[in-house]
Design a protein around this ligand. Structure first.
Ligand code: EPZ
Length: 417
C-alpha cells in the first residue's frame, strides 16, 4: 500500500460486518438441520478460508461476496475433519471442534500452532469440552474429540477467552441438559453468536455477562441472521481521523460496542458523537498523550492497541500503552520507529513519546492490526510511506483503500514487485 500522508481525513464511511462475529456465526451453521442465510458477511481472506474449510466437510456453501450474503446448508456434511492445510492459515478454524463433536459425536481438528502475536494455546477449549463429557486425544498435531452425546455441566473458564466461550457455547446448545458457563468473555461478537443460535432454536440466557446458561436441545432448525457491524474496523477509521487531525463519521456500528475506546479518544481530546447506528469523531487540535491498558471486554480491546498507539506517536506528551491479553503484540513498534516515532518497550508496556511529525518510509506489516497502525501512521507522516505484506490487512479489512479514499486519503494498492 502506497500512502502519501499529511491530509486530514474528512467524511463518512460505512463499516462492514464484523469478522470476529461472522467467523463463529458461519461455523454455527454446522449445528443447524437446514439452510442458514447470513447477511452482512464481510468479504475477507479469513471468511473465504472458512468457507473452504466448511465446503471441505461437505457443507453446501454459497457465498455471494458482492452482496455480502452467505447461504450455508449443513445437511450434506460427510466429514468431521479440519485439515492442517486450512487450519494453519486461519486459527479460528478451531471453532468447528465444539459444534462437530456436539452434532456428530466426533471431530478431528488440526491444532492451530503458534501465531505472530502469541502462543495462543487452546487448552481452555479442550478442558471445556472435557467438562461436557468429550474424550480428547492429541495425535500427530490433531485434536481427536469423541462423545456419544455431550452432557450439560458447569464450565468455569480460567480466563474469559473469546474463542473458548464461543466453542463451548456452540457445544452446549446440543448437549443433554443444562450447562452453566462461568467467567465467560463478554464481547459483542459473543452476543451476536448467541442471537444466531437462538434464531436456530437454541435456549440461551446471559450472553454478554460472565454467566451464560444453556438448556441443551436434541436438534436445531435453520435460521436467517444479520451479522453486527465491525467495531474494530470502526475504531480503526476513527483513529485515522483523529491522528490526521480530521473529522470522521462511521456508519453501521452501535457506539456502545466501542465505548471503552471512545472514552479514550475523549481523554485524548477528541469530540465524540454517539448514535445507535453511527459514531462521529471531531479532532480538536493535536491529540493529548493518553495511557491505555488492554483487557477483555468491556476493557480496552487489544485489537485496537496498535491503531491507538499510531495516534499517540504524534500526541502531545508521553503515553504508556500496556498489552495484557497477548504476550507478543508490539511487532508494529520497530516499524513505527522507522517512520520517526519514539517508542520504548518495557515488558508488557510501551512508552510512546509523541513527536510533532513523522516522516514517510518503507515499512512491513507483521499481523492484521499492526498493518492498520502502519497505514494510520503513514497517513500522518510527511511524504510517502509504503506498507508491504498487506495480505495481513486483507484478512480483516474489506476494501480498506477504497474506504480511506472516500475520506480523502491518498492511498493506493501497488504490487510488491
Ligand atoms: C479472539 O481471539 C479474536 N479473534 C482476536 O482478534 C482477539 O484479539 C481476541 O479474541 C481477544 O479479544 C477472533 O474472534 C477470530 P482469546 P481468541 O481466546 O479467541 C489465551 C483480530 O485481530 N488463551 O480471548 O484467540 C490466549 O493465548 C484477532 O481480529 C489460552 O491461554 O482470543 C490469549 O493470550 C487477533 N488458552 C488470551 O487467552 C485458550 O484456550 C485471550 O485469547 C484460549 C486463550
Amino acid at each position: 500500500m502506497k500512502i502519501v500522508g499529511g491530509k486530514a481525513l474528512q467524511g463518512s464511511v460505512e463499516v462492514s460486518g464484523a469478522k470476529n462475529a461472522a467467523l463463529p456465526v458461519l461455523v454455527s451453521a454446522i449445528l443447524a438441520n437446514g439452510p442458514c442465510t447470513f447477511e452482512r458477511v464481510p468479504d475477507l481472506m479469513d471468511i473465504r478460508t472458512l468457507a473452504k474449510l466448511l465446503a471441505n466437510m461437505g457443507m453446501k456453501v454459497d457465498f455471494d461476496r458482492a452482496a455480502n450474503r452467505a447461504v450455508l446448508d449443513p445437511t450434506s456434511i460427510h466429514s468431521q475433519e479440519a485439515p492442517y492445510e486450512l487450519v494453519k492459515t486461519m486459527r479460528a478454524s478451531v471453532f468447528v471442534l465444539g459444534p462437530l463433536v456436539a452434532k456428530y459425536g466426533q471431530a478431528k481438528v488440526s491444532l492451530p500452532g503458534g501465531c505472530a502475536i502469541g502462543a495462543r494455546p487452546i487448552n481452555y477449549h479442550l478442558t471445556g469440552l472435557e467438562k461436557l463429557g468429550a474424550e480428547i486425544q492429541l495425535e500427530e498435531g490433531y485434536v481427536l474429540a469423541r462423545a456419544k452425546r455431550l452432557v450439560g455441566n458447569r464450565v468455569a473458564f480460567e480466563y474469559p477467552s473469546v474463542g473458548a466461550t464461543e466453542n463451548i457455547l456452540m457445544a452446549a446448545v446440543l448437549a443433554k441438559g443444562e450447562s452453566i458457563l462461568e467467567n465467560c468473555a463478554k464481547e459483542p461478537e459473543i452476543v451476536d453468536l448467541a442471537r444466531a443460535l437462538r434464531a436456530m432454536g437454541a435456549h440461551i440466557e446471559g450472553e454478554g455477562t460472565e454467566t451464560i446458561r444453556v438448556q441443551g436441545r436434541d436438534t436445531l432448525g435453520s435460521c436467517a441472521h444479520q451479522v453486527i457491524g465491525d467495531r474494530i474496523e470502526a475504531g480503526t477509521f476513527l483513529s485515522a481521523g483523529f491522528a490526521t487531525g480530521g473529522a470522521v463519521r462511521v456508519n453501521g456500528i452501535d457506539s456502545e460496542f466501542l465505548e471503552p475506546v471512545l472514552v479514550k479518544f475523549e481523554e485524548a481530546g477528541a469530540l465524540i458523537e454517539r448514535g445507535k447506528e453511527f459514531i462521529a469523531l471531531q479532532s480538536r487540535g493535536r491529540p493529548k498523550a493518553t495511557d491505555v491498558t488492554t483487557l477483555p471486554h468491556p476493557g480496552f480491546p487489544t485489537d485496537m492497541q496498535a491503531q491507538f498507539m499510531a495516534a499517540m506517536t504524534i500526541a502531545d506528551g508521553a503515553s504508556v500503552i500496556t498489552e495484557t491479553v497477548f504476550e507478543n503484540r508490539f511487532m508494529h513498534v520497530p516499524e513505527l520507529t522507522r517512520l520517526g516515532s519514539d517508542i520504548t518497550v518495557r515488558g508488557k508496556s510501551a512508552i510512546v513519546k509523541g513527536k510533532l511529525k513523522l516522516k514517510g518510509a518503507p515499512v512491513m506489516a507483521t499481523d492484521l492490526r499492526a498493518s492498520a497502525s502502519l497505514i494510520i501512521a503513514g497517513l500522518c507522516a510527511e511524504g510517502e510511506t509504503t506498507v508491504s505484506r498487506i495480505y495481513h490487512l486483507d484478512r480483516g479489512y474489506e476494501r480498506m483503500e477504497t474506504k480511506l479514499r472516500a475520506l480523502g486519503a491518498d492511498v493506493e494498492r501497488v504490487s510488491e514487485s
